[in-house]
Each structure stands twice: as C-alpha cells, then as structure tokens.
Design a protein around this ligand. Structure first.
Ligand code: C2E
Ligand code: MG
Ligand code: MG
Ligand code: MG
Length: 281
C-alpha cells in the first residue's frame, strides 16, 4: 500500500516535471520568435542631475509583450536568452532602439543600455556598436553602457581591450549594481569605468539604517575621488533623495522621479523639462 502510494506520488511528480519541461520548451520557442514578431520593446527610466534637479538622461530597459502571458520582465527572460544564444540579437535590438529613440531627445540627454556578460565577450561588440551609432546618427558621447560585475569575471586582458575600444567611440562605461558583487572595489581599479551606480539595496535602507548610510557615503566619496560620476539607483522617497544628494551622488534614478515609461512618454517628459522656466509659466 505504501509502495503504491509512493508510486502514485512518483507518477504525479513525473507529470509535474513533464508539464514544466513542456512549458519551458514552449517559452523558449516563443522567445525565439519574439524578435521577429516585434514582441520585444524598450521602456526608459529617466535619470536626474542632483545639482539642477533636471533630467539628464534615461536608462533603457527591455520588456517582452508575450502573447499569452502579458508583459514579461527582463529578469525572467534575459537569462533564457543567454542560454539559447539569443542575447546577441536581443542586445542589438535594444541598442539600436535606444540610439534611435535618443536621437529624438534634447541633445544633452544621454541613454544607458545594459549589456550582458556574453555580449561583452563577443569580440565584434565594439564594431557592432560603432555601426549602430553610424546608422542612427547618435554621438557616442550620448551613449552609456552598463555592466555588472559578473561581466568582468573572465579574461581581464580582452575585457579591458574591449572597454577601451568602446570608450574610443566616446561611450561611457558604468558599473551597475555596485556593492553587490564580491570584489566591486578591485574591479574599479582593474577596469576603465566612468560611472558607478550604487545598488538599490543600499538606497532602500536609507536614511535610517546606519550601515547603509555609511556604505552609501563611502561609495559616493570613493567615486568622487576617482573622478567618476556616482548614480544612486532606486530612490523612492524624498528623504532618500536628500541623503544621496548630500552624500555626493551626482545623478539620481528611481520611482520618486519616474517609473520606466514608454519611448513617447519619456520624450514628452524631456521636452517639457528642457523648456525654459519662463515658457513653462
Ligand atoms: P538594472 O539595470 O539594475 O535596472 C534597474 C531596475 O530597477 C529596473 O528593473 C527598474 O525598473 C528598477 N527600478 C528602478 N527604480 C526603482 C525604484 O525606485 N524602486 C524599485 N523597487 N525598483 C526600481 P527591470 O526593468 O525589471 O530590470 C531588471 C534588470 O534586468 C536590470 O537591472 C538589468 O540588469 C536587466 N535588464 C533590463 N533591460 C536589459 C537589457 O536590455 N539587456 C540586459 N542584458 N539586461 C537588461
Ligand atoms: Mg542597469
Ligand atoms: Mg542596477
Ligand atoms: Mg540589476
């Protein structure tokens, strides 16, 4: 009897596994077609200059409008795109769209694009980015590329050469999610970064948490001393805004200012913000 129950449980488990594997295969199949079917799209989260309080750029964030599941977040499909060898195509789509959209913004606005580790390992990356800049007409000085620490784990020599090739195009390189990896500080010395983005997990605890306040102040000071811009991510409250601004973060990003919005909305926000004060009144 126990044996039978065991078998039943096993059969149930097997069915469950099969169902899950089937769902994953369908999802993979869907993702392979997502680009061609134009289901991927890009939203933009505005960034604010902490000194002037005005927008100075936006981060491009990809989304997937799945036919049955609705909007799928990048956390749910970027890793799969990497496994399936689709990240090159996804990354190129986002870059081209971001550069095209940024061309319609006031000319002092920058656009930041997240890069996967696998994109950075592709030796043709700099040439591809150069092509997209030429194609869209965007100046390299208006493009930033964001990397997380896990992009830097392999092959220092090649990575450094690639980052220099990208910087030679005028592009700025940001270290995303700073402070969450194992050796964030040593990477700042080994790789040519222009900007540090303090991870939202530190900002979220501000201004009450003693450790987070110390860490955010220290990162902001470190960045300033190294001549880098420091961006605070995940700013949600006015108290957080005041704290990170006073600590020396030059750029702010978070729901307090705006959630990620569509290309046409970000353009309207930038146009409105760029108007001289007299024209607004
Ligand atoms: P990230 O680059 O660190 O982007 C910031 C994430 O934090 C975004 O989530 C954004 O919507 C969210 N966020 C911004 N402000 C706030 C806030 O005030 N509070 C909270 N709670 N969250 C905030 P999203 O769009 O879901 O992206 C998640 C991650 O997916 C990104 O983290 C990035 O690592 C990755 N990602 C997004 N787009 C791309 C892409 O085109 N290519 C690659 N390779 N990765 C991407
Ligand atoms: Mg980012
Ligand atoms: Mg981040
Ligand atoms: Mg992140």
């Amino acid at each position: 009897r126990a044996k039978e129950e065991g078998r039943g449980a096993y059969r149930f488990y097997e069915q469950e596994m099969n169902a899950r594997m089937q769902a994953r295969r369908t999802f993979e199949h869907d993702l392979r077609r997502a680009i061609a079917r134009q289901e991927l799209f890009v939203v933009y989260q505005p960034q604010v200059d902490s000194t002037t309080g005005r927008f100075d750029g936006a981060e491009a964030l990809v989304r997937w409008n799945h036919p049955d599941q609705g909007i799928v977040s990048p956390a749910a499909f970027i890793p799969l795109a990497e496994d399936l060898g689709l990240i090159g195509a996804v990354g190129e789509f986002v870059l081209r769209k971001a550069c095209t959209d940024a061309m319609t913004w006031p000319s002092h606005m920058t656009v930041s694009v997240n890069l996967s580790p696998m994109q950075l390992r592709d030796q043709r990356l700099a040439a591809r980015v150069a092509c997209i800049l030429a194609e869209t007409g965007l100046s390299g000085a208006r493009l930033e590329l964001e990397l997380t620490e896990n992009a830097l784990l392999q092959d220092d020599g090649r990575t450094i050469a690639m980052l220099h090739a990208l910087r030679a195009l005028g592009i700025r390189i940001s270290m995303d999610d700073f402070g969450t990896g194992y050796s964030s500080i040593s990477y700042l010395r080994r790789f040519p970064f222009d900007k540090i983005k303090i991870d939202q997990s530190f900002v979220r605890q501000l201004p009450e948490d003693g450790e987070s306040t110390a860490i955010v102040r220290a990162i902001a000071t470190l960045g300033q001393q190294l001549g880098m811009t420091v961006t605070a991510e995940g700013v949600e409250t006015d108290a957080q805004r005041r704290f990170v601004s006073a600590s020396g973060c030059g750029q702010l990003q978070g729901f307090l200012f705006s959630k990620p919005v569509t290309a046409s909305d970000v353009r309207a926000m930038f146009d409105a913000d760029a108007l001289p004060t007299s024209a607004v009144a």
